[in-house]
Design a protein around this ligand. Structure first.
Ligand code: ADP
Ligand code: MG
Length: 729
């Protein structure tokens, strides 16, 4: 074993769990202690200021600079009481992850000393020099200013002794440069549109909230092994590595006992989450070895998303304390499951009803049918866009792979809803009118007595599944910002609901009864969007063929999938719902293509380097040992005896030569393809060239390296192997 690898493996296998004490207090004591929540606002702000702020938050109103000054003062005091010296605007740029720039509260006092100050102006708005954040050409370098502005709906919190202020990030000219801005717009759009429809059933509804419950999957690897894998360090995934003889085939990891080192990490992580007000709830082993999941209780979508972004950063920090590295990449190891981040999504009224939950009365059930039908129609119409919203260079390794949703969006409803929809579709107008007469306002729905959903009716192969009172968008990648998916989904549903309301109102104007109109329109939507409904096995090849026939988007090339954002119907939908302008859409796609190219470019460079500088020299050295042996055998034994004895060596020498030659050839091909692609100016064309011409050689190079891994002396192999990395002891 190479010395580096030997040391890394020895270090990893010698590790004990880091001791973490379960605190003596119950979670109610420390839950949210690092969050400037309403309780702290009440404590630190004058009563009048508190009332005004809470009113602004609840009614989505802006706050005045005067009010901001008072809030900032209280916030600063709370921060100082917690030993905090710095503050930062905390936002999510288009690169992914989160960005922060820390400033101290310190200001000159004019007498040679300092005072700790925090003005409302600094709380509400900042101008980070943001020229190095991607903007897709919106901002010229001479106008490099971007604004970050406080999102009062997401509470301020303390992280790493810094006061973090969740903000949106926009350009000098007002275009969004982040995920939060369009997410808030999409949530407003769906609130408005869904409220309009929900009021048909309940006049008291004032707002509809969107809820998100994400399930974060991740891998852990020991820090020492991670450090000995340049591909993991630089790209987040292994670019080579032969499958371990044992991986997940015994299905002995999923829901199995959690190794003690990992359990200590999880306990530590959950404590951090709870102190930060992230309602971590579920933890378990996932399917692949070293793969785990954390899921919180669902929350309002914008807050839930901030919490997921925060979780992703604290996970990495906590993992380091436990000598682990957390891998959020969608496919860190080939041959075992990848990681996703299921987005459980629902809409609920401020009167307490979940709109995708069937109710007890026919009226509630009609509402349920109407909302589900609208979701189906929106997902059908924008299936290509929804796929684009979850597509990335990293998630591409997972989609379409055996265990993950295919690169085709469809909806699973379960047999009960499928049956109800079928009955509805086949009912004649006369029948409906008859029901109408019989049941008064509860037209038609009397044929759906009470919908009792059987929650066990699950289909893991569906990318978008109905699960009782919510939809689960499963195609989202583990490293993604959920906002991308939530923006597209909520905007599409908002557009659909607004259209639905228009059509229902028009029918009512023509003197049709309201409930009959709703039912008729829902029926039409169900019939129209039938193609999106698929309850079968999404992993099967038959489904791919069937989906083509149904006209669903089956594109698999990520840079081309991004085109869906710029289709006329997408531009219309985003602009009409006020979520993104055409300029923003075009700029954001430039960033997507650029990010795609850069990710593949880095991978290709690392792979080329590892192949030529790590693998080929070692394989050559091993081969020359074999040659040496062969020559010695020939000098010791008669020719025919020596030939017989060294036949296997001879084969191995030849095979190694072939693999080495192939590696050299394909690395050259990959490098040439990269150089050619780099000369392309247009970002889309460049990304397409990387996808079409660079990625295929990468796969071939890996194939030959993995073959060599099985042949070369284990002692010489320079990189930790899958079997060493994938089983935490
Ligand atoms: P499973 O793994 O079976 O899909 P989990 O319990 O791991 O389920 O995760 C389900 C997630 O869905 C949790 O985060 C949960 O809070 C969330 N969830 C439950 N009900 C809703 C809802 N109405 N809207 C949004 N999310 C929900
Ligand atoms: Mg789930």
């Amino acid at each position: 074993m190479s010395l580096l690898r030997f040391e890394a493996v020895r270090e990893a296998s010698g590790r004990k769990a880091v001791g973490v004490e379960t605190p003596a207090e119950r979670p109610e004591k420390y839950y949210g202690e690092l969050v400037f929540n309403r309780q702290k606002m009440f404590e630190y702000l004058p009563k009048k200021v508190y009332d005004e702020l809470v009113y602004a938050i609840d009614n989505k109103q802006p706050i005045s600079l005067k009010l901001a000054d008072s809030i900032a003062e209280g916030m600063k005091q709370w921060a100082i009481d917690n030993g905090v010296r710095h503050y930062t605007h905390w936002f999510a740029p288009l690169t992914g992850g989160t960005a922060e720039k820390h400033d101290a509260f310190v200001e000159h006092d004019g007498k040679g000393g300092v005072v700790e100050e925090f003005k409302g102006k600094l709380l509400v708005q900042q101008e980070p020099d943001a020229s190095s954040f991607p903007n897709g050409g919106i901002r010229n370098t001479f106008e490099a200013r971007g604004y970050s502005a406080w999102d009062i709906s997401s509470p301020v919190f303390i992280h790493n002794k810094t006061l973090c202020i969740p903000t949106i990030f926009i350009s000098y000219t007002g275009e969004s440069l982040d995920y939060k801005t369009p997410l808030l717009r999409a949530l407003n759009a769906v609130d408005k549109a869904a409220t309009g429809v929900a009021q048909y059933f309940d006049k008291d509804v004032r707002h509809v909230n969107c809820f998100l419950g994400w399930e974060q999957e991740y891998f852990l690897v020991d820090e020492a092994l991670y450090a000995a894998r340049p591909d993991l360090v630089m790209t987040g995934r292994t670019l080579m590595g032969h499958e371990s003889a044992k991986n997940q085939q015994l299905e002995d990891h999923y829901f199995g006992a959690i190794p003690s080192r990992v359990e200590a990490f999880m306990l530590d992580l959950e404590l951090e989450c709870h102190r930060l007000g992230i309602p971590a709830h579920t933890r378990h082993n996932e399917v692949a070895p070293n793969q785990f999941e954390l899921a919180p209780v669902y929350e309002e979508c914008n807050l839930a998303n901030d919490h997921n972004l925060l979780l992703m950063s604290i996970m990495s920090e906590v993992a380091k304390r436990h000598n682990f590295r957390v891998l959020l990449h969608e496919k860190p190891f080939s041959g075992v499951n990848g990681s996703g981040k299921h987005n459980n999504w629902s809409l609920g009224t401020d009167t307490g009803s979940l709109l995708f939950a069937p109710g007890k009365t026919p009226r509630e059930n009609l509402r349920f049918i109407a909302f589900v039908a609208n979701v189906m129609a929106a997902v059908h119409r924008h299936n290509a866009l929804l796929k684009a919203s979850i597509a990335s260079a990293t998630n591409a390794h997972r989609l379409g792979a055996n265990e993950a949703p295919p690169a085709i969006i469809s909806i699973f409803t379960g047999s009960q809803i499928a049956e109800i929809f079928e009955r509805l579709e086949n009912s004649t107008d006369d029948e409906l009118i008859e029901f109408s007469a019989k049941e008064g306002i509860t037209v038609g729905v009397s044929q759906i007595p009470e919908i009792m959903l059987d929650n066990t009716d699950r289909n893991r192969t569906s990318p978008f599944a109905f699960t009782g009172n919510r939809f689960e968008f499963r195609a989202v990648g583990s490293s993604a910002n959920c906002a991308a998916a939530m923006i597209a989904l909520n905007a599409a549903v908002a557009e659909q609901l607004a259209e639905f309301k228009k059509r229902v109102d028009a029918r009512v104007e023509r003197e049709e009864s309201l409930y009959h109109a709703i039912l008729e329109e829902s029926k039409e939507l169900i019939a129209k969007s039938k193609a999106i409904h698929f309850d079968g096995n999404g992993y099967s090849d038959e489904w791919k063929a069937e989906a083509e026939r149904r006209g669903l988007d089956c594109e698999t090339s990520v840079p081309v999938i991004f085109d869906a954002y710029l289709r006329p119907e997408s531009i219309e939908m985003f602009t009409k719902s006020g979520v993104l302008t055409e300029l923003e859409l075009r700029a954001r796609n430039e960033v997507k293509w650029e990010m795609y190219t850069k990710k593949i470019q880095i991978e290709a460079r690392v792979l080329g380097d590892l192949a030529l500088n790590h693998i080929v020299p070692v394989a050559t050295r091993y081969q020359s040992i074999l040659v040496d042996n062969l020559v010695k055998l020939q000098s010791l034994f008669p020719a025919d005896k020596a030939a017989e004895m060294s036949a296997c060596d001879r084969d191995a020498i030849e095979a190694i030569s072939k693999h080495i030659a192939a590696i050299r050839t394909y690395v050259k091909q990959m490098t040439d393809a990269r150089k050619a692609a780099n000369r392309i100016e247009n970002e889309r064309e460049k990304a397409v060239a990387y996808h079409d011409n660079v990625v295929p050689s990468m796969d071939t190079i890996r194939y030959h390296i993995d073959k060599l891994e099985l042949m070369v002396d284990n002692e010489m192999w320079p990189l930790p192997k899958y079997r060493e990395m994938l089983f935490i002891r």
